[in-house]
Design a protein around this ligand. Structure first.
Ligand SMILES: C=CC1=C(C)c2cc3[nH]c(cc4nc(cc5[nH]c(cc1n2)c(C)c5CCC(=O)O)C(CCC(=O)O)=C4C)c(C)c3C=C
Ligand SMILES: [Fe+2]
Ligand SMILES: [Fe+2]
Length: 323
């Protein structure tokens, strides 16, 4: 019998509904949009808007969008994150127990940490799979882990994977993946468009480094690819001003100008609703409606070879001294 490993590695992504149905989407959005790091409006003002308007209208619309990308293995984000954990486990072997969790929805962070501890893990590396730091993503993972550890009498030792916007291993993975996808196209795109998830402009003004880190990633990738990479921000939510330029507006402009485009989403470790529906389906339609012809969506790193090499490299680096 082999002893259980005392080291755990926990991959974390944002989360997704359990089913592409309004009720499941409602549960997921209620948890996600009640996080004060995600919506920074005082709860006394925000909760009535969330409960009275958003959770009555958005779940049906979002469920429709989720249905267009749902797979036999479930939500793409859930299926890909699980595949990343399985691939990492086989790369690291039995010295590390690998698990995955979602910040919102299932599998939740707390019970997954409990399971790692029950399996003998006394040291856990938590890896939020967000290349660029934002309070709305990276920090909420740390909050959730900390909140769960508050309930434990005997806590494991913890490490966190830092954000990796300009990590040479990340840039190399993006380059390899983009070059392979571009080589398979039957046209040479005039424009490479890196679309990052947006955040309210105010979070940048308050000191969130997300915007600068997105631009930094694009700059490094541009020099690795030897050609310009344009930056845009997608998924605007609510009425406040968000980071600009907006991806949908840029795609419409490019379509109207007769440019061909390859759009990709380097800020997402896994394809999800925001990439597969918002970019590959809706973005393509917006581009075509504006008069554009040649459009390609290039997939995220996912559990493919360059993406897994990146995750393994970063996880091994952070585990140094533990394994
Ligand atoms: C205030 C609203 C939102 C902020 C701020 C925000 C930041 C943010 N989100 C991601 C990554 C993902 N977001 C996803 C879905 C999603 N995001 C919001 C809102 C905000 N995101 C909503 C309402 C939704 C749900 C879908 C919808 O109803 O439109 C996802 C995909 C989830 C999936 O199930 O596939 C990801 C991933 C980042 C990286 C980020 C800030 C940097
Ligand atoms: Fe989001
Ligand atoms: Fe979206």
């Amino acid at each position: 019998m082999t002893a259980s490993p005392s080291i755990g590695a926990l991959l974390v992504n944002l989360g997704t509904p359990d089913a592409p149905e309004p009720e499941a989407v409602r549960r997921y959005l209620a948890e996600f949009l009640s996080d004060r790091r995600v919506v920074e409006i005082p709860p006394l003002i925000w909760q009535p808007i969330l409960r009275g308007i958003i959770l009555r209208t958005r779940p049906r619309k979002s469920a429709h969008a989720y249905r267009q990308v749902w797979t036999e293995a479930g939500s793409p984000l859930a299926a890909i994150t699980q595949a990343q954990a399985v691939a990492l486990q086989s790369a690291l072997g039995s010295s590390v127990r690998v698990a995955h969790a979602m910040r919102y929805g299932n599998p939740a962070i707390g019970p997954t940490i409990d399971r790692l501890i029950a399996d003998g893990c006394e040291r856990i590396l938590v890896a939020p799979l967000y290349p660029q730091y934002s309070g709305a993503t990276t920090a909420t993972v740390v909050d959730a882990v900390g909140n769960h550890l508050k309930s434990l009498r005997r806590q494991p030792a913890l490490r966190f994977l830092p954000p990796y916007p300009d990590d040479p291993a990340y840039i190399a993975a993006l380059r390899t993946s983009a070059e392979a996808a571009l080589a398979a196209l039957d046209f040479r795109p005039d424009v490479l468009l890196a679309s990052f998830h947006g955040t309210p402009e105010r979070t940048r003004e308050l000191g969130d480094p997300y915007y600068e880190q997105c631009c930094d990633t694009a700059r490094h990738l541009s020099s690795a690819l030897g050609r310009p990479v344009e930056v845009a921000f997608q998924s605007r939510f609510g009425r406040a001003k968000w980071l600009e330029p907006a991806t949908d507006a840029v795609l419409a402009e490019l379509g109207a100008a007769g440019k061909s485009v390859a759009v990709f989403a380097p800020g997402f470790a896994a394809d999800c609703l925001e990439t597969l529906e918002e970019l590959a389906i809706r973005g393509k339609a917006q581009f075509a409606e504006a008069g554009g012809r040649d459009f390609a969506y290039l997939p995220c790193l996912n559990a493919d070879t360059p993406g897994m090499k990146l995750i393994e490299t970063m996880v091994r680096r952070e585990l140094a001294g533990w394994i």
